[in-house]
Design a protein around this ligand. Structure first.
Ligand code: A2P
Length: 312
């Protein structure tokens, strides 16, 4: 049987700060679940890194768990994200997130998508929603606004002390290039958080980002909700050799690739199990890496932000 150890590895960001390579994802951690899951992860399993977002609508629960965990704030790494309705005022949005979290600062604040929304048609002033035009299509803000302008404001936030670092999420190579080449861009994003798993390895994007000093963070590393990866024969066979689960295999494959991995779970046993690392042999790592050649690429998280181009 293979030796399992709690994850301790860290990656250094371009700010000099260290980020724990394995963090708890909280997307779809619902009301009543997010508090228990986050508390269990920190207090029982030993996670030091929690990834959240305003739009997950669970910042109150996640923040309370962080505060109740008994682990000192400076030992923890907390991320949240700016929603598309607030690109024109990210500092106000961050203030609101911090209030919901009950924290003085986050370690990392991300632009959730490179897409700003219009708020003219917003219902009941609810900024944590996807505004729609009267015809039912999504109200994307393409008039005189862009993620370049959002970043111009965003990059100033570390100076306020309300976040230690800033980054982006769901940026393609072209969008990263546009951002980095803009004359207004003075700060390079610390991270780009994107969907990554064996059926969407994103190798080119990860390598491009790294060449610019941007660390990739993998969301949906298990293949998201009802993942077909859990029943994949190759993965089941490799996992069986180590007496680990497919989830544990996928997490350790990601860690071996050298980026941050953010598996989500609200189940205490799975939260514990997902935090365990083991030595994955090169031949098995390669078997997992080769899966995409057999199965073809598959993206599980693909919201429609058209006409804005997010994925390439
Ligand atoms: P649950 O929260 O009930 O554990 P991803 O991180 O790729 O988005 O995947 C999350 C999905 O995988 C969730 O539905 C989560 O459900 C499930 N999941 C998380 N960890 C495990 C595990 N170790 N084994 C099986 N399913 C898991």
């Amino acid at each position: 049987m293979v030796e399992l150890k709690n994850s301790t590895s860290e990656i250094t960001l371009n700010t000099g700060a260290k980020i724990p390579a394995l963090g708890l994802g909280t997307w779809r951690s619902l009301e009543g679940e997010a508090y228990k899951a986050t508390l269990h992860a920190i207090k029982e399993s030993g996670y030091l890194h929690i990834d959240g977002a305003a739009i997950y609508k669970n910042e109150e629960e996640v923040g309370k768990a962080i505060r109740d965990s008994g682990v000192s704030r400076e030992k923890l790494f907390v991320t949240t994200k700016l929603w598309g309705t607030q690109h024109r005022n990210p500092e106000q949005a961050l203030d609101q997130s911090l209030k919901r979290l009950g924290l003085d600062y986050v370690d990392l604040y991300l632009i959730h998508w490179p897409v700003a929304f219009k708020t003219d048609n917003i219902k009941d002033g609810n900024l944590l929603s996807i505004p729609e035009k009267p015809d039912g299509t999504r109200d994307i803000d393409l008039d005189g606004w862009s993620f370049i302008k959002s970043w111009e404001l965003f990059q100033e936030l570390p100076k306020t002390g309300k976040t230690k670092a800033v980054g982006v999420s769901n940026f393609s190579i072209n969008n990263l290039k546009d951002l980095l080449n803009a004359p207004t861009t003075k700060v390079t994003p610390a991270v780009n958080q994107i969907e990554v798993h064996p059926l969407l390895p994103q190798t080119e994007l990860i390598e491009f980002a790294l060449s610019k000093g941007i660390i990739t963070e993998a969301y949906s590393p298990l293949g998201s909700l009802d993942s077909p990866l859990f029943t994949n024969q190759t993965l089941l066979e490799v996992a069986k050799n180590y007496d680990v689960s497919v989830a544990q295999l996928l997490i350790n494959w990601a860690l071996k690739r050298g980026y941050v991995v953010l598996p989500k779970s609200v189940n205490p046993q799975r939260i514990d199990a997902n935090f365990k690392t083991f030595q994955l042999k090169d031949e098995d790592f390669n078997k997992v890496s080769d899966l995409v050649k057999l199965e073809g690429e598959q993206r599980f998280v693909k919201p429609d932000w058209s006409p804005f181009k997010v994925f390439e």
